[in-house]
Ligand binder design. Sequence first.
Ligand code: ADP
Ligand code: MG
Length: 275
Amino acid sequence: MTQTQITTSQGTNQQSGETSKFIGLETQGVHAWFGKHHALSNVSLRFPERTVTGLIGPSGCGKSTFIRLLNRMHEFIPSAAMAGSVLLNGSDIYAPEEDPAMIRLKVGMVFQKPNPFPAMTIRENVLAGIRLAHLKRSNHDEIVEQCLTRAGLWKEVKDRLQASGGSLSGGQQQRLCIARSLAVEPQVLLMDEPCSALDPGSTLRIEETIKELAEKITVIIVTHNMQQASRVSDYCAFFLTDGGPGYLVEADATRKMFTNPTDSRTADYVQGKFG
Ligand SMILES: Nc1ncnc2c1ncn2[C@@H]1O[C@H](COP(=O)(O)OP(=O)(O)O)[C@@H](O)[C@H]1O
Ligand SMILES: [Mg+2]
């Protein structure tokens, strides 16, 4: 992939002269606050469709805050405020007519700690998002198989779909959560340190899953594991804080970030010299 991720100006359609919309997810000058605390400053980033971007940087630099802005979860936090724009395929997800619940169907999220519904069956867990959003789907069996397959879990659970979600191992539970997210057909999947509670084997399994997912959707993953970032992502974005609000240092193709970054702080961080 040769496209550079950070672009401040919109692309132009040469033939018509019209501004062409960027396909994927894009932030333009986003800021976040918690009360008076300015947590994140002026982040402009592009996430092209069907790519994986790793968000890296030391704790407290605003990575989780940033991804919560991408599916309108930030606004759930009391006292939280934001500025700037987030565009999905050129449409502002914060436009007044947008329903946050609908945005969260388009931009799904997987958390650090696997959070399946433990008493629900594996099958019901996969279908839970569809039921909660009252989406009309007739082919439930097909959806269950398809989503579990894409999440890399089907072979392990196909003979026990009626077992409880809580009966699975941690790594399996996280893949079940991925399957549950996929069932509502998101265009973007956000993952906030999805492997940090998992063993190395489960971690590799999830990384394979992420690469397969990116054939169809856009994945944005926060990780503290530099090997993981280099294995799984096409692009990386490096965040930092100097005591004030978190900010973006640079973003580029992962190979460049790991071999020849523009900023010496990026080189030091990816080499494990701090953080
Ligand atoms: N719910 C919250 N209420 C108040 N401050 C918060 C909240 N969540 C995060 N912050 C603050 O925002 C900053 C960025 O935090 P966070 O986004 O969690 O960073 P990271 O995910 O990179 O570790 C930190 O200063 C943190 O204390
Ligand atoms: Mg975090």
